[in-house]
Design a protein around this ligand. Structure first.
Ligand SMILES: [Zn+2]
Length: 160
């Protein structure tokens, strides 16, 4: 059992999601600019023939709550993002939001609002943490993707 499982009670997936350096940098700089308010967007990308997902583009969305602890999306922006993805042959890999001061794991509210068990919910933590998560050097921001079924959480590492 990993420290992540012990500490956070999530399941570990064997699958990983890849992200381009450019898309990762875009998400990170947007989140840093918006901090301490939570930042959000859609991670767009491609699905390879092997079924593997790769995030290639960050579509920024406005946190209409302008809150440090919550986020809400503007349906018009969401629609525009999906339209953009279709026009560019991209898929919506998942929605992402930042946790400016807490770890990369779904909050109770995140779990409550996760209606789609097949969607990926990506969370970028700007709070350096020691979480026992592989692939992430200590003190660095952490980006994880989660699938949330009822209260059961599965983590998919996101790798640049
Ligand atoms: Zn959250």
């Amino acid at each position: 059992m990993t420290i992540g499982e012990q500490t956070y009670g999530w399941q570990e997936s064997n699958e990983v999601i890849h992200i381009t350096q450019e898309a990762y940098d875009s998400i990170l700089s947007q989140a840093r600019k918006d901090a301490p308010v939570e930042s959000c967007g859609y991670a767009l990308g491609v699905k390879g023939e092997d079924g593997k997902l790769k995030i290639t583009y960050n579509y920024p969305l406005t946190n209409i709550d302008h809150s440090e602890e919550h986020f809400s999306l503007d349906p018009k922006e969401q629609f525009a993002a999906i339209k953009y993805a279709r026009a560019h042959g991209l898929v919506v890999v998942g929605g992402w939001h930042s946790h400016p001061a807490s770890p990369s794991r779904p909050s109770e509210e995140d779990k409550r609002l996760a209606f789609d068990p097949n969607a990926f919910y990506l969370i970028l933590s700007l709070a350096p943490e020691v979480s026992g998560q592989p692939y992430v050097p200590e003190g660095e921001p952490v980006l994880n993707a989660f699938r949330i079924k009822e209260k059961e959480v599965t983590r998919f590492p996101v790798i640049v």
